[in-house]
Design a binder for this molecule. Structure first.
Ligand code: PMP
Length: 328
């Protein structure tokens, strides 16, 4: 759909995938007035297709739009567009184990204008692509690199919304991580560079203790990390499974010493793409350390299986998280 000040949202349509035509001075190309979402559709055992918590993506999209001074496509239109695309692509929703259709709604400023101000014209687009199992050879702990040179998000910035610029700012640190032999970046807070915020495209959880008494800690939403929908779902699921979950600040020192004295037994990251990824080792200037024994921890795997079971319709959906895509 297109937006023009004075006209509102018009011209909603389903079209074959094709290149976009844009003016070379389109605002998004110069000033990154651009936001996006990521969600998945899952083939259900009864043959239907469901998306997972799409209302939460629509709500986050609206917050991202507000932060970037854009008119948000209405939540209703966001959800209708996602449904229409998934319905049209129904045959493309994979049915293999842990396979999904990844859906990418986005909105960008297309007004041709070289001054710096919010644009008056926008495009809202949804594309989708089948996604295979994230870990085709089984879940493996990843190695992470603490970003001590670059900061992803500062207080008052855009770190708690999903805008293109956040990811542009992260590329160099991700390249450093790869050069250092690691898989992913872990970001620290901008002010003290002590607190663990999040991973590249995932939120972090720490397991304190083990067995029935295990407690989960996840960095609190300070305004500089993305409120992940997987994070929120796992907080709920973990509490239902009887675990204590605390949202609070956690420093690198606490992480390192906790791992050393055995009080922190597992660390994992979570997000739409990989669901849950165990963290196995950490590279930092202040000293490298390893978490666990090179295999995913028991709570990491329990939560991972439980969430995947909900998403793939293998257990009861007690929260109404699955949204069935109705045939048009
Ligand atoms: N943090 C960042 C920076 C991300 O890009 C993502 C992926 N959207 C997440 C966390 C996880 O969010 P979600 O669980 O909603 O996918």
């Amino acid at each position: 759909a297109r937006y023009r000040t004075g006209e509102g949202w018009v011209d909603a349509r389903l079209t074959p995938y094709a290149p976009l035509q844009m003016d070379p001075s389109a605002a998004a190309l110069h000033y990154a007035q651009s936001i996006f979402e990521g969600l998945k559709a899952y083939a259900q055992p009864d043959g239907s297709v469901a998306t997972f918590r799409p209302e939460s993506n629509a709500a986050r999209f609206a917050r991202s739009a507000a932060r970037l001074a854009m008119p948000a496509v209405p939540a209703e239109a966001f959800l209708t567009a996602v449904d229409a695309l998934v319905d049209a692509d129904r045959d493309w929703v994979p049915t293999g184990p842990d396979q999904t259709l990844y859906i990418r709604p986005y909105q960008l400023a297309v007004e041709p204008f070289l001054g710096v101000r919010p644009a008056h014209e926008y495009l809202f687009i949804v594309i989708a692509s089948p996604a295979g199992a994230y870990f085709p050879r089984g879940v493996q702990p990843v190695s992470v690199y603490l970003s001590e040179d670059y900061i992803r998000a500062a207080p008052g910035g855009t770190g708690d919304v999903k805008c293109a610029g956040n990811y542009a700012a992260s590329l160099l640190a991700q390249e450093q991580a790869i050069a250092a032999g690691c898989d992913q970046v872990v970001w620290l807070d901008a002010t003290e560079k002590r607190y663990v915020e999040e991973m590249g495209g995932m939120n972090l959880f720490f397991v304190l203790g083990s067995g029935a008494d295990a407690e989960l800690v996840t960095p609190e939403l300070t305004g500089t990390l993305l409120p992940g929908i997987t994070r929120e779902s796992l907080i709920t699921v973990a509490r239902e499974l009887g675990h204590r979950v605390t949202e609070r600040k956690i420093t690198v020192d606490e992480w390192r010493s906790g791992v050393a004295d055995g009080s922190i037994t597992e660390t994992f990251a979570c997000g739409t793409a990989a669901v849950i990824t165990p963290v196995g080792s950490v590279k930092a200037r202040t000293g490298d350390f390893t978490v666990g024994e090179g295999v995913p921890g028991p709570l990491t795997m329990q939560l991972r299986e439980h969430l995947l079971d909900v998403q793939h319709g293998r257990v009861a959906d007690s929260h109404g998280w699955l949204h069935r895509v109705a045939p048009a």
